[in-house]
Ligand binder design. Structure first.
Ligand code: ADP
Length: 230
């Protein structure tokens, strides 16, 4: 991201977030104390509050994107057990979603370790799992595959969802890129998450890639060098 672009994004998102958060607070208190509101007015207010929540969340993501690419928080590298970190990310996701998420790996990789920043790794995994959940049918599981490939550990997040057409693969990690604008709008996406995930992964010396076929599902794979300590 260009420096100017970064400043613009972070200024706009910051300036908008403050008043919106205030309005959001007012709307909530009106709803709480609004005994004399009709059912229809209450419903309208609830919809407006939900929209506001989404917009504030989006602005936060934009701010994060500008910050992530700014390198404001350099990764704090530690030796981490991959499977244990994936387990933690799944637990976090399961506080908000009921989707089945399975880990597939060989027992010899149970204690495989990589060097990464634990919070940034978790952020990447959560982002990819949330997308997998968002873009696949509710009755299909999400499978996390852990594999050793040469001297690297690969973490694949696989879904059986709508998939991503081949011609979009090269742009999918660009900031604000969305495959289908109408589809993304209904799910509240803005095309920020994958750009952040890529910035964070590469800042830790890792790579992120995609394998997907339209209509069959997607696998996003992040790879990190195996830590010599493992
Ligand atoms: P968004 O907030 O729009 O989901 P992302 O950067 O996370 O932003 O993703 C960019 C776009 O990539 C999404 O709008 C969606 O079109 C597509 N996408 C991401 N993950 C998946 C997935 N698992 N399956 C299908 N499409 C996906």
């Amino acid at each position: 991201m260009e420096l100017q672009q970064k400043h613009l994004i972070s200024n706009i998102s910051h300036e908008l977030r403050t008043p919106l958060t205030l309005i959001y607070g007012y709307m909530q208190s009106v709803l709480r104390r609004g005994d004399n509101l009709t059912a229809q007015q209450q419903e309208a207010l609830k919809i407006a509050i939900a929209e506001m929540e989404q917009t504030i969340g989006l602005l936060k993501k934009m701010l994060d994107a500008a910050r992530a690419s700014d390198g404001i928080e350099p990764p704090h590298m530690e030796t981490l057990l991959v499977k244990a970190e994936v387990d933690k990310a799944i637990k976090t996701i399961q506080t908000q979603h009921t989707r089945t998420i399975q880990i597939q790996t060989e027992s010899r990789l149970e204690f495989a370790a990589i060097a990464a920043d634990r919070y940034q790794l978790r952020q990447i995994l959560i982002e990819l799992m949330e997308n997998a959940i968002r873009y696949s049918p509710p009755d299909t599981p999400i499978v996390i595959k852990l594999n050793k490939i040469a001297d690297r550990m690969a973490i694949g997040i696989c879904d059986q969802g709508c998939g991503i057409p081949e011609e979009e693969h090269s742009q999918i990690f660009e900031l604000f890129y969305r495959v289908d604008r109408s589809r993304a709008r209904t799910t509240g996406g803005a095309g920020i998450g994958l750009a952040i995930a890529k910035e964070l992964t590469e800042a830790m010396g890792g790579t992120i890639g995609l394998q997907s076929q339209q209509g069959k599902g997607s696998t996003f794979t992040v790879m990190f060098p195996i830590s010599s300590a493992s």
